[in-house]
Design a protein around this ligand. Structure first.
Ligand SMILES: [Fe+2]
Ligand SMILES: [Fe+2]
Length: 138
């Protein structure tokens, strides 16, 4: 696996979070890519369940940390940022149902969107807080 390149957001911990988040999405994507070609084997479902639950938990803990940090500095577009996070949380909730129901074709169709969404969020939404975070160290 190569490096997952996304923009620096000015907070070391969040840069690390983003790397890990992208790693989970990449693993999920890689695993689900096979399901376009054939039905998953039972042990593959165990892997999908495991990586998906990690992705879901890690996303919500990262979002919480980020939202707290932004609230602390009275980030001017916090409400918009929260909305963006909520969109992904909703997407993951829908995906969770598909995983639970073993709808492998639907999962295969969604996976690319996830990677794109998260990369885009980091590069274009999270990077907007960079000047605020770096100019106000705690
Ligand atoms: Fe983030
Ligand atoms: Fe964010």
């Amino acid at each position: 696996m190569g490096n997952l390149s996304v923009s620096d957001v000015g907070v070391e911990q969040f840069n690390k979070d983003h790397q890990r988040l992208l790693f989970y999405v990449q693993e999920f994507t890689r695993l689900c890519s096979r399901f376009r070609l054939r039905t998953p084997f039972p042990d593959e479902w165990d892997q999908v369940d495991a990586i998906f639950s990690r992705l879901e938990k890690y996303t919500s803990s990262h979002f919480k940390e980020e939202e707290l940090a932004l609230a602390k500095i009275d980030y001017p577009t916090l409400a918009k940022h929260l909305e963006q996070h909520q969109l992904l949380v909703n997407m993951l909730a829908e995906l969770k149902i598909k995983v639970k129901n073993r709808e492998f074709q639907a999962i295969g169709a969604v996976k690319m969107f996830l990677m794109e969404w998260i990369t885009n969020h980091i590069n274009h939404v999270d990077t907007q807080y960079k000047p605020f975070m770096t100019s106000k160290p705690s």
